[in-house]
Design a protein around this ligand. Structure first.
Ligand SMILES: [Fe+2]
Length: 228
């Protein structure tokens, strides 16, 4: 009898490498000028700026002490508004690969019949929203992104010590201690991204940001994808 690890959770950490070096450098440039513009415009609806949060807190606590009109699930899309064309096409191509790797097309019949009669290329991938996160000390705000299928984050400025992205085991029986932790049944898993990394994960997966132990800004762009 096989020993099975059932119900895996797909999380893809697309690291920068020599093949995409030039593209990532272009993306970094366009993101950098976008952030400069967002800051000079005081465009707080596109920005979750926690850099003045010098104590470890929660989003709610930060909202109470700030009058900045910011919604965590913003309707803003900085990729469209600031014309981040290289980042947009990079995300599009990686989301297509994510979908085809997961073989969503063939869920009904692994041998032949495509789900909903669609090939992967026929799915409409809608980059619904995108906003900038800046943290200094860090926030422990585990959350999901409801109403979407795929969520992700592009890391513009990050180094070890600035806090990883932490994913919580979606099985609540592990999380509440009814099933012991072990190498194959961890309660939490952290991934430390590199500058230029793109992380894609299911929107239902609970996640949070680790503590930024440095005095420098950790800057990332979060986004949500709708598959139609
Ligand atoms: Fe998130």
């Amino acid at each position: 009898m096989a020993f099975n690890l059932l119900f895996p959770t797909p999380v893809w950490d697309v690291e920068p490498d020599e093949k995409n070096e030039k593209l990532i450098s272009e993306i970094q440039k366009e993101v950098s000028s976008c952030i400069t513009k967002i800051k000079s415009d005081k465009d707080y609806k596109s920005l979750s700026d926690f850099s003045d949060c010098d104590e470890l807190g929660t989003v709610e606590k930060w909202r109470e002490s700030n009058d900045k009109d910011f919604s965590l699930f913003s309707d803003r899309n900085v990729i469209n508004e600031y014309k981040l064309e290289n980042l947009q096409s990079y995300i599009q191509s990686k989301v297509e690969q994510f979908i085809s790797t997961l073989r969503w097309t063939y869920l009904e019949d692994p041998d032949s019949k495509p789900m909903r009669g669609k090939e992967p290329s026929n799915y409409a991938i809608e980059l619904y929203n995108c906003w900038v996160n800046i943290t200094k000390r860090g926030l422990l705000n585990y959350h999901t992104h409801p109403h979407f299928q795929i969520s992700g984050c592009y890391y513009h400025k990050i180094s070890p010590g600035m806090g990883c992205i932490e994913f919580k085991c979606p099985n609540s029986f592990v999380a509440n201690g009814a099933f012991p932790n072990g190498p194959h049944t961890p309660e939490r898993i952290g991934i430390m991204p590199k500058e230029g990394s793109l992380i894609l994960f299911p929107s239902w997966l609970e996640h949070g940001i680790g503590i930024n132990e440095t005095n420098e800004e950790r800057i990332s762009l979060s986004f949500n994808i709708k598959i139609n």
